[in-house]
Design a protein around this ligand. Structure first.
Ligand SMILES: [Zn+2]
Length: 72
């Protein structure tokens, strides 16, 4: 488990998050790997950023994946 995963688990255990709770869809990203990650981990159907119904994932999940990939 990476540092970001441990941080998110700890915050979840205490009932808060520092990363927000909005959803973002794959169409809001240009990177193919991030788009694929979102498609494979969709948990919502509404994007708060482009205001459309699409295959979405939680921004907190996307942020965790990006940070884990960059700093791993
Ligand atoms: Zn979007």
């Amino acid at each position: 488990m990476g540092l970001m995963d441990r941080l998110l688990d700890r915050q979840s255990a205490f009932g808060f998050t520092t990363l927000g709770d909005k959803n973002v869809c794959s169409e809001c990203f240009g990177d193919d790997a991030i788009k694929e990650f979102i498609k494979n981990n969709a948990i919502s159907s509404y994007c708060d950023y482009c205001d459309t119904v699409n295959e979405n994932t939680s921004l907190i999940a996307v942020t965790a994946r990006i940070k884990c990939t960059v700093f791993a």
